[in-house]
Ligand binder design. Structure first.
Ligand code: CU
Length: 361
């Protein structure tokens, strides 16, 4: 178990091929070096299914599992390369989306630093529109990303990471709504100087996708793939706290939310407060974020979803599979089964999922 983070082997068996060669954050781990969730249950050939892990175009684990926290070290410099690309991404097997991306994915890569780190971000715009990077947090006005980089140009953002909490980054070019809705956003974690307690750590970025240009969303997703964690539930160990860094970047809808079935969680708004609220639902306006911690009482399947029903029915939902003991060993031993067809018979999601049975454990 790595300090303060989840052991990626917990999430499964087998290394997947290297993902597409897009520029990566210098500070990030090798994108091909960690195990893929649910590799034991590939469903690569169903025409209407969510895409399977390890398809070479997208790295769902890289967007779900944050890099490990680094112990505070005075004066440390953290450098990152972010490049904007126009890229058609696959939302489901049926639906493509003309995205504007940081480093090729929606959301962009997770940036995780420690309070006090000197952050230096080199941004290059290789898209066809002006873009920028606006970081939430405290920094000088000239570093706020309102000025844009035209196509083929670069910008450097430098600031000291503060305050500790959960933040985000996004493009701040006009029109703001389109630049956000097209996919230019990502999670930005600033860890406190004192280490966080150990936990199974996950990042969830909530967003929507306007697939027909009507300034309303047709699909919704957690970490960029509608229905993904419904088909590929997130395996967590019951005896360990689950910590979720939760960011809402849903454009065109005034709020999104996260609701967990069968449990309560500790809610730390913006990740900055010391005394948590206890709840099973948190509402987030666009740009709002929080850290939540769950201590599951029992093993089993627990649904999570946006509590705006329409958003849930169009992709913003998934499952935790809470297991006793070593999740990796259970998965490798073939301990998990499948959902029956009844789970695919409901709701508009079937149009995207098709009639194939969903994964169960
Ligand atoms: Cu932009």
């Amino acid at each position: 178990m790595s300090r303060g983070g989840i052991n990626r082997r917990t999430f499964l068996a087998g290394l997947a091929p290297l993902v597409a060669m897009v520029p990566m954050l210098k500070d990030q781990r090798d994108p091909g070096s960690h195990a893929r969730m649910m590799e034991a249950f590939p469903e690569p050939n169903e025409p209407d299914a969510p895409l399977a892990p390890g398809d070479g175009k997208y790295d769902p684990d890289g967007l779900l599992f944050p890099p490990e926290a680094k112990r505070y070290s005075p004066g440390r410099v953290r450098e990152y390369d972010l490049v904007s690309y126009d890229r058609q991404i696959q939302l489901t097997a049926r639906t493509k989306f003309d995205a504007w991306t940081y480093n090729g994915t929606v959301p962009g890569p997770i940036i995780r630093v420690t309070e006090g780190d000197e952050v230096r971000v080199m941004f290059t715009n290789k898209g066809q529109h002006p873009h920028s990077i606006h970081f939430h947090g405290i920094h000088r006005g000239g570093m706020d990303g309102v000025g844009v980089a035209k196509t083929g140009t670069s910008a450097i953002y430098e600031f000291t990471a503060r305050p500790a909490g959960l933040h985000l980054y996004q493009c701040h070019a006009e029109p703001l709504a389109e630049h956000a809705a097209r996919g230019l956003y990502g999670a930005f974690i600033i860890d406190p100087r004192e280490e966080r307690s150990p936990a199974q750590e996950l990042v969830m970025v909530l967003s929507g996708f306007d697939t027909n240009g009507d300034e309303a969303n047709e699909l919704y997703a957690i970490n960029g793939r509608p229905f993904y964690y419904e088909r590929y539930p997130i395996i967590v160990e019951r005896s360990k706290t689950v910590r979720i860094f939760l960011v809402n970047m849903t454009e065109y809808d005034p709020v999104n939310s996260f609701h967990l079935h069968g449990e309560f969680f500790r809610l730390y708004r913006t990740g900055t407060v010391k005394e948590p609220e206890h709840t099973d639902t948190v509402m987030l306006c666009q740009g709002e974020r929080c850290v939540i911690e769950i201590d599951f009482h029992d093993p089993g399947l627990y649904m999570f979803h946006s509590h705006q029903s329409r958003l849930a029915e169009k992709g913003c939902r998934g499952w935790f599979n809470v297991v006793e003991g070593d999740a990796a060993a259970l998965a490798a031993g073939g301990a998990f089964g499948r959902y029956g067809d009844e789970f695919a018979e409901c709701s508009p999601c079937r149009d995207e999922l098709g009639a194939k049975p969903l994964i169960k454990y």
